[in-house]
Design a binder for this molecule. Structure first.
Ligand code: AMP
Ligand code: ZN
Length: 476
């Protein structure tokens, strides 16, 4: 079952051509570093993809990268985010965009978010976008004035169906004061193409078109790129909840009008990550980046773990204490996993069943994590638990097996384990004999083996303990 925004209810997922599934994700606007709110949405989409694969589907995942045309706010003639940032940074817009794009994919990698199979930049799909405009003109859905080409929303009977908005409501909602182009017929009409005129006279990026030199409106790229990668209609379209009212509504309008076919059958939206008082936004000036998380010596996967603890359709109020608690929880899980090595042929069937039911219930990751914890506390042998964890890891991506990807944390292999255990025994002996010089030397020796794997030796009231810690890696 998946919650389909378009149907406003949970539905059984039925792909168009099983076992193939076409999945499209709205990509980042690469005018600055992504914040952890953006990253929450990409983690949700990754869990969706992994859950589909877990159920045996063959997923083709496509995504755009917005490197032109995304305006600041919803006004028609606001500035282009890329253009503004490039001018402020004194950079060529495409070079700047590519730098932030590289950074974005590095962040995803650290979070174990799989890269989509095909990623297409808006500026690499101009021809496909112009083709849609041509069709819209031919079918009477487009009109132009000296500033832009617009989509005429009154020509569709079901404009706004995704958000459940009537045209009338949207018209009232659209802020009349920001409509500066008097050639635009209806406030809710949106631009398909901007000409190099008025505010955009000196827009850095522009391309020729049959109607005049200019650049595409933001919504058009996703219609063109999703169709190019996945065909039309495809199965699932995803994004954050802020896309429902305008961006996805307009994608649907122009794609369906141009081709006479639905764009996608299922529309899934991730709720926002917010700060205790307000939403986090690149434009709100209160963003937290993944680098800031790492600078606080918190492992990126601890953020992933925190995100999975809340259902994707619930708001997640971020605070550092919760993230630190998530890190303690995750490191503890890793330690448990790493100290047991043998995998049994058969896992813990009852827990595997409950896990599958949870993730298939509209991606209920909080419940799936509860199942993981219950299983770990059960009386099943460790070898069986480890076998089940291998299956769970395919969906969760939290580094829950000794061989899983943990961004530099390397599990202790048998040989290292034996060396460390031997050295710890000798050190305990030295300490008992009050030979602190030898004991200190041995400690250093132990830590040199442990550190490169992301562990440290800690003396606790219950004796020496090997603990996973991000400090081990950042201390060099
Ligand atoms: P953008 O780079 O602004 O185009 O946004 C990239 C993705 O992040 C989109 O899917 C947005 O819906 C999503 N997004 C933006 N802000 C937040 C937030 N505070 N929490 C969760 N997702 C967000
Ligand atoms: Zn999009």
């Amino acid at each position: 079952m998946l919650y389909n925004t378009l149907a406003r209810r949970r539905e059984t997922f039925r792909p168009i051509r099983p076992p193939d599934v076409g999945l499209y994700t709205c990509g980042p606007t690469v005018y600055s570093t992504a914040h952890i709110g953006n990253l929450r949405t990409y983690i949700f989409e990754d869990v969706l993809r992994r859950t589909l694969e877990f159920n045996g589907y063959r997923v083709t995942h496509g995504m755009n990268v917005t490197d032109v045309g995304h305006l600041v706010g919803d006004e028609d003639f606001a500035e282009d985010k890329i253009d503004v940032a490039a001018r402020a940074e004194h950079k060529n817009p495409l070079e700047m965009a590519q730098m932030y794009e590289v950074q974005f994919f590095e962040d995803l990698k650290k979070l174990n978010v799989a890269r989509p199979h095909t990623v297409t930049r808006a500026t690499d799909a101009i021809a496909e976008q112009l083709e849609i405009i041509s069709r819209l003109f031919a079918k009477g859905f487009a009109y132009q004035d000296e500033f832009a080409i617009y989509f005429d929303t009154t020509k569709l009977t079901d404009y706004g169906k995704l958000a459940g908005q009537e045209l009338q409501e949207k018209r009232v909602g659209a802020r009349a004061e920001v409509v500066v182009d008097f050639g635009k017929k209806n406030p809710q009409d949106f631009a398909l193409w901007f000409f190099l005129a008025g505010r955009y006279k000196n827009h850095i990026l522009h391309w020729p078109s049959p109607w005049g030199e200019g650049f595409p409106g933001w919504h058009l790229e996703c219609s063109a790129i999703s169709r190019k990668i996945l065909g039309q209609p495809f199965d699932i379209h995803t994004g954050g909840v802020d896309h429902i009212g305008t961006h996805h509504t307009n994608e649907i309008a122009q794609s369906e009008a141009a081709f006479g076919l639905p764009l996608a059958n299922y529309w899934l939206h991730g709720e926002f990550l917010i700060l205790p008082d307000k939403r986090m936004g690149k434009s709100e000036g209160n963003k937290i980046t993944l680098q800031e998380v790492i600078d606080r010596r918190i492992h990126p996967l601890a953020f992933r773990y925190l995100v999975l603890q809340t259902h994707y359709r619930q708001k997640l109020t971020f605070n550092w204490e919760a993230l630190e608690a998530a890190q303690r929880g995750l490191l503890n899980l890793w330690l448990q996993v790493d100290t047991s090595r043998q995998t049994a042929k058969i896992g813990c069937a009852e827990y595997e069943h409950r896990f599958r039911v949870a993730v298939n219930d509209d991606l209920n990751t909080p419940r799936a994590l509860a199942v993981v914890h219950e299983m770990l506390g059960s009386t099943y042998p460790w070898s069986a638990k480890l076998q089940s964890l291998t299956a769970f890891e395919r969906v969760l991506g939290l580094g829950l097996t000794p061989t899983a990807e943990r961004n530099h944390f390397v599990p202790l292999d048998e040989a290292a384990n034996r060396t460390v255990v031997g050295l710890i025994t000798r050190r305990e002996q030295a300490r008992a004999e009050r030979d602190f010089k030898t004991s200190d030397q041995l400690r250093e020796q132990i830590n040199s083996v442990l550190k490169k794997r992301g562990y440290l030796l800690e003396d606790t009231s219950e004796g020496p303990k090997v603990v996973p810690t991000i400090d081990a890696l950042t201390e060099g």
